[in-house]
Design a protein around this ligand. Structure first.
Ligand SMILES: [Zn+2]
Ligand SMILES: [Zn+2]
Length: 128
């Protein structure tokens, strides 16, 4: 490939912004990419900043997902404990309040177990 601006010169790389071939004279090294001298420097600088920001954002997002998983794990345990309390309360006061608390407790327990199973399976998949 030859330089887009000097057809006789061999290109040393391509502009990160417009993709044209650049010779040593036309290329500006912006450490993370080359740009056309005097044409694409500002655009390429903005592009590099955008990529850097996306990488930082991706790291933050994956951290948030991990925190969310821990939170859901807590929610599963929370529902399990509350379900057991509800069932115990319902059994103790069965004559007065009937099976309502037992049913509600069972739903809570089922929800808690469901979350614990789903979340722990996700955790296992992450570490092969
Ligand atoms: Zn050139
Ligand atoms: Zn360019």
């Amino acid at each position: 490939m030859n330089c887009f601006y000097h057809e006789a010169q061999v290109a040393v790389g391509t502009c990160k912004s417009c993709g044209k071939g650049l010779c040593r004279e036309c290329a500006v090294d912006l450490t993370k990419g080359l740009a056309c001298r005097g044409r694409c420097e500002a655009d390429t600088q903005a592009l590099i900043q955008l990529i850097d920001r996306n990488i930082a954002l991706a790291a933050t997002t994956s951290r948030t997902i991990q925190q969310g998983r821990r939170l859901r794990f807590g929610a599963g345990g929370f529902h399990l404990v509350f379900g057991l309390l509800f069932v115990a309360f319902g059994v103790r006061n069965y004559e007065r309040i009937g099976s309502l608390f037992i049913i509600m407790g069972s739903v809570f327990i089922a929800y808690g177990i469901y979350w614990l199973v789903v979340v722990s399976r996700q955790g296992k998949n992450k570490q092969p």
